[in-house]
Design a protein around this ligand. Sequence first.
Ligand code: GAP
Length: 488
Amino acid sequence: MAKNDTTAENTQLKDIIAHAKEYGFVYPSSEIYDGLQAVYDYGAYGVELKNNLKRLWWESMTRLHDNIVGIDAAIFMHPTTWKASGHVDSFNDPMVDNKDSKKRYRADVLIEDKAAGYEKSGDLERAQSLLGAMGKLLEAEDLAGVHDLIVNEGIVCPISGTSNWTEVRQFNLMFSTQVGSVAEDTTTIYLRPETAQGIFVNFLNVQKTARMKVPFGIAQIGKAFRNEIVARQFIFRMREFEQMEMQFFVRPGTEMDWYKTWAATRVKWHLALGIPEDKIRKHDHEKLAHYANAAMDLEYEFPFGFKEVEGIHSRTDFDLKQHQEFSRKKQQYFDPEINQNYIPYVIETSIGADRLFLMTFCNAFVDEEVDGKQRTYLKFHPAIAPVKAAILPLVKKDGLPEKAREIVEALKYDFNIIYEEAASIGKRYTRQDLIGTPFCIAVDHQTLEDNMVTIRHRDTTAQERVPISELHARLSEACSFRRIFEKI
Ligand code: GAP
C-alpha cells in the first residue's frame, strides 16, 4: 500500500469518527473516565439509525419469509451450552506479543494485513499463497509455524518496528462471571460470544410451538461479548456488540444449495440498502470454524480496506448434535414428507448490527467541494435515516411557528420529525445535512396564504413547492421499507 493511500484512509476514518461523535451518533463509553477500550455508546441520532437498521433486518427476515420466525433468548445460558458448542475449548484467537513495544496482536490479522499489502501492490499470487500457507498452519494448529511465517515474511510491529516476537499462543475470547451469592456455591457462567446458541437450544421449542416445518429459520437480534485481543477501527471490533443471526434448518444433503441461496439473498439485501456493487465482495474462508463445512464473509470496502461485515456459514448438524449429546435430549425432527427422523443441517447468516452501522455510515459520509465551498452530509437511504424531515418556520413570528407545529402534529405519529426555529434557514439546512435528514420542510409567509411549503432535498439541495396535504404521502413513499424490500 502506498504511504499516501494509508494516510488518506486514516484521515477518512478519523473524519468519520469525529463526525459520528460531534453530531450525536457514537461516543466512547464512559468518556468522562477516559473511555473503556472497544466499548461505545450510541447517541440521539445513532440509536435511531441503529434501530432502523435492526428493524429493516428483522422485517426482511421475519416478514418477507413465511418460514422464518424470531426469538429473544437470554444472554446468560447454562454453562454446558458452551462446552457443547465447542467455545470453551476452541473459541480462541492466536495471539503474539512484540517484546519491544509490549503490544499484543492477533497473529492471523498481522499476516492478513501483510497479504492485503501484496494485493494492493498488484501481487495477487503472493497474497493468495501467504493466506493459503496461514490457513494450512492454523488448520493444523501449528502455532510455531505461524510464528515462523510472521518472522520469515519480515512482519514488524507497527509501534516498535521490530520483529522481536514472542511465541504464538491461543487466547480464549469468552468473558466469564459468577452466579450465586455464597462463595462456595458459585458457578462460572459466560457472557454469550454469539447469539446463535440461544437459537440452537430452543430449536425444538420453536419448531413445535410455532408449528414450523423444515426448511425453516429462527432469527434473533441481541448482544454478544468477546474479549477481543486487538480492539481497533472504532466500532468495527468491539468487546460488547450486537449480532443479528438467522439459523436456517434444512434437510441433510440440501445444505449446499441453501448456502448458495442465502449468500445470494444477503448480497442483494446489501445492494438494496444502497451499497455500491464494487464496494461489496464475497470472500471464502481459508480456515473453517470448528462447526462449519463451508463459510464465506461478505466484505465491505471500509476506509481501512475490504473487511467482513457478515458471515454466511454452513454449520452442518454440529451444534444440534452436540446439544443432543451433552443434554441427552433428542434434537431430532420428524420429516413427514420423507417419513424420517433426522437432525437438521443449518445454514447461518450472521451480521453485526454495529458493523452494519459502520458500513452504512461510511457509505453515507460525503465530504465534497461544491462551488469552492466544502459540503459535508450523510446520504442515508430515507428509510433508515434517523430523522425523516425537519419542519422549519422561516422566522419565529407572524404565525409561522404555529403553522409549522401543525405540520409536526400531522406527521409525528408516523415519522421521526424535528422542529427547529433557531438560526438562519441556511444554517438549519446545514445542521440537518450533517445528521442525514433527507427532507427539510420550510414554512414561509406564503404558506399561510396557500397551504404550500418548500421541500428542500438533502442530496441535490433542490427545492420544490408542495401542498401540505401531500406531505404525508410523499414521506410515506420515500421512507417506506417497501422500496428496499422490493429490490431483494
Ligand atoms: N454465529 C457465528 C458468528 O458469530 P462471526 O463471524 O464470529 O460468526 C458474525 O461473527 C458477525 O458478527 C461478524 O460478521 C461481525 O459483523 C459481527 N462481529 C463479530 N465480532 C465482532 C466484534 N468484536 N465487534 C463487532 N462486531 C462483531
